[in-house]
Design a protein around this ligand. Sequence first.
Ligand code: GDP
Length: 192
Amino acid sequence: PGKNSGALNGLSSSENADAKNLRVKLVLLGDSGVGKSCIVLRFVRGEFDATSKVTVGASFLSQTIALQDSTTVKFEIWDTAGQERYSALAPLYYRGAAVAVIVYDITSPESFKKAQYWVKELQKHGAPDIVMALVGNKADLHEKREVLTDDGMELAEKNGMFFIETSAKTADNINQLFEEIGKRLPRPSPSS
Ligand code: GDP
């Protein structure tokens, strides 16, 4: 009992023979302009650049973190760049993803609406045991807030997602986002 049978999504068996070192594919979803690239850059490089539009593009950036239980998690982060224009590729984009992070901008109700669309998409294309996070970014712009924290929380709760509000600009909750995701990842059984 409790033993994990079958392949874990997004966990390559060779890389994860060691249950303490996980490697996972993470896909980013969300409207253009909500701050996906900035979140990745803040997480991977500890930088925020408001001027240059960074496109992670077809490849990915990776970053490894250590959790308190001494597990390490290597995130391979796939940015959504352009994928809306190639919706036929969506299933490919989701394939093997152990984690999906849906981002909206707390100053943009439209982007929140779009987040709800992405939740449905994931339920269609994503793996059944995918770890999903909902992120309300640009939390530093509280004077311009148009999406209530409660609304984000409710959407996340309804869909079994982890919820957090972040700011790529101030770095608020960026590391926490990835740590919480790491804690929620299924652990391969040590004996497999
Ligand atoms: P993407 O299209 O979702 O990848 O969005 P970008 O990462 O390119 O960010 C879009 C714009 O939002 C840029 O001008 C960023 O400077 C700005 N931005 C991103 N994150 C934040 C944030 O947390 N706070 C504020 N104030 N601006 C942000």
